[in-house]
Write a protein that binds this ligand. Structure first.
Ligand code: BTN
Length: 306
């Protein structure tokens, strides 16, 4: 209902009376008033005059009422330890496919390989729950799917040359702006659920982390719309799910790759590999040609673009 009221107020040139709102939405004026009070408590500035209500400003928060298509599947938190953990808890209590946990900041955001993920206010942090009917062998493709979804969104909305660094970082001008962490619950031959965590350095300064990382605001020189980016990435992810077992996804990843066809170094659990990245296989593993011409495959690890 709050989403419907907001949409009405946003699309009206002047004030809208409680009576009109109530009639249009099929609820009483008193109920409208209660929702208005609630919206104000969430940070919306809504003017009221004898002629009616007018939306004066909206908070820069990823609240459920901003994304009516996600409805009750969106769980918004101002501050949380990690959206990954909350998503897992929700799964344990029966959360369905498409559930999204989003936080304005995280106290213990985590990255790949047990690292910390810097998660101050102004970033975009969310975890999407999927229950794809695929074999666990396809799971690495979820990372690819997510990084493709983010890169496509940033290219379309911000006009930037977003590229992918294997296995799943999104870079702009060679600097990391987004990281992806996918976790999975599976039996031997079937995936039960996947949680895809996306962290985007949006509207805060990250200069103290050096030149390998950047925020969208610093790169663009102005604030970006977190709402538009979040909405687009989630939609793109839900849409791309059907491509998980198709070759198209690999082709999209390759087309956006900053890693392929360049000299790289990879630190894998089994040691270091250096050489030219020549391809990725159907499971997302990177194929590297070493100096002596031999081909090596990296399934996991940290990739460096010297
Ligand atoms: C990486 O590049 O190391 C992956 C970073 C993933 C960060 C996101 S932020 C939302 C979700 N919650 C977390 O604790 N981590 C992921």
């Amino acid at each position: 209902m709050k989403a419907a009221i907001l949409s009405f107020l946003r699309n009206s040139a002047g004030e809208v009376s409680g009576e009109v709102l109530g009639k249009e939405l099929g609820i009483s004026r008193v109920s409208i008033w209660k929702h208005i009070v609630n919206l104000r408590q969430s940070g919306y500035i809504i003017g009221a005059s004898p002629r009616g209500y007018r939306l004066l400003s909206a908070p820069d928060l990823l609240l459920g009422c901003e994304f009516p298509e996600l409805g009750k599947k969106l769980h918004h938190f101002h501050s949380i330890d990690s959206t990954m953990d909350t998503a897992r808890e929700l799964i344990e209590s029966g959360a369905e496919e498409g559930t999204v946990v989003v936080a304005e900041s995280q106290n213990s955001g985590r990255g790949r390989l047990g690292r910390e993920w810097f998660s101050p206010q102004g970033g975009i942090y969310f975890t999407l729950v999927l229950k794809p009917k695929i074999a666990p062998a396809y799971a690495p493709r979820l990372n690819m799917m997510a990084s493709v979804a983010v890169a496509k969104t940033l290219r379309r909305l911000l006009g930037v040359d977003a590229r992918l660094k294997w296995p799943n970082d999104v870079l702009i001008e060679g600097r990391k702006v987004c990281g992806i962490l996918a976790e999975m619950g599976a039996e031997m031959d079937v995936v039960k659920y996947v949680t895809i965590g996306v962290g985007i350095n949006a509207n805060f300064s990250i200069a103290r982390y050096g030149t390998k990382v950047a925020s969208l605001r610093d790169l663009k020189g102005e604030k970006v719309s977190r709402k538009d980016i979040f909405n687009s990435v989630v939609k793109e992810l839900l849409r791309q799910q059907s491509l998980l077992t198709k070759g198209e996804l690999l082709e999209e990843w390759k087309g956006l790759s900053a890693t392929l066809n360049r000299e790289i170094r990879i630190e894998t659990p089994g040691g270091e590999i250096t050489g030219k990245a020549v391809d990725i296989d159907s499971n997302g593993a990177l194929i590297i040609r070493e100096k002596d011409g031999s081909l090596r495959t990296a399934i996991a690890g940290d990739c460096f673009h010297p």
